[in-house]
Design a protein around this ligand. Structure first.
Ligand SMILES: Nc1ncnc2c1ncn2[C@@H]1O[C@H](COP(=O)(O)OP(=O)(O)OP(=O)(O)O)[C@@H](O)[C@H]1O
Length: 235
């Protein structure tokens, strides 16, 4: 069985503090869409920072697509991330002065692999980026606007289009729907999953909202896999 995410004996504490994460074992299979839920402060963003290679675990191993992150140098980790993983962070990390469209195109500018996958689709990166933005509900004129001038909900959609462009094997989303009302949020998630499925992208979606579980193959409570949260792990 191939795993998109595999965690073994992971332990992480912020400096000088108690353990935030103590995860004996956890896996996400290739092709799954998984909702990971936990209340505010339970360590979701901390776990994602380890999956993004922004922070490194003090103990244990995190592998993405069968590649152990701790075996890669910082530079190689950046390359691996750009080539294989799409992220939607809580703060979106858009460049404020670039247009929405140019922000989406950044995904391919930093990754030859993603450019290659776009080329294989028979369309240009720009054509695909425009298609994604359109499907996510941004008009042609909004696509040309600087990211800073878009609403928070629109910025979320730009971040989603950027994460998906170039068909990364894995999409990791950190509560990307908090700025949307519930109808729009449900539409956004359905579309995100539909686009991911078209690209054969595995999805890990992190939220505090359990009502979203219905859209995913699997719903996991962080407290069920994380011993540091006080509960005993079932998985
Ligand atoms: N940069 C940091 N430095 C020190 N402690 C941190 C840092 N980031 C998070 N923490 C601590 O780690 C714990 C888990 O926080 P984290 O942000 O991972 O939770 P979360 O589940 O993502 O919460 P939310 O849903 O509110 O985003 C909290 O006690 C928090 O104070």
């Amino acid at each position: 069985m191939a795993y998109a995410i595999e965690i073994d004996h992971l332990a992480f504490a912020w400096q000088g503090g108690q353990l935030t994460l103590d995860i004996p074992h956890w896996q996400v299979e290739t092709g799954e869409s998984v909702l990971l839920r936990g209340p505010s402060g339970s360590g979701k963003s901390t776990l994602l920072s380890l999956l993004a290679g922004v922070n490194l675990a003090q103990q244990g191993n995190v592998s993405l697509l069968d590649q152990s992150l701790s075996n890669l140098s910082g530079r190689k980790r950046d390359r691996f991330r750009a080539d294989h993983i799409g992220y939607i962070f809580q703060q979106f990390n858009l460049l404020p002065y670039l247009s929405a469209l140019d922000n989406v195109l950044l995904a391919t500018q930093f990754s030859p692999k993603r450019r290659q996958r776009v080329a294989e689709s028979g369309q240009s990166a720009e054509q695909l980026a425009i298609q994604y933005l359109q499907r996510l509900g941004l008009s042609a004129s909004q696509q040309q606007q600087a990211a800073a001038n878009l609403s928070v909900g629109q910025q979320q959609r730009v971040a989603a289009a950027r994460a998906l462009l170039g068909a990364p094997e894995l999409l990791i989303a950190d509560e990307p729907t908090s700025a949307l009302d519930s109808d729009r949020r449900d539409d956004f998630i359905k579309l995100l999953l539909e686009l991911s499925e078209q690209n054969n992208t595995t999805v890990l979606f992190v939220t505090h909202d359990a009502s979203l579980g219905q859209y995913f193959n699997r719903h996991v409570e962080l407290s069920d896999i994380n011993r540091a949260a006080g509960g005993s792990p079932h998985a």
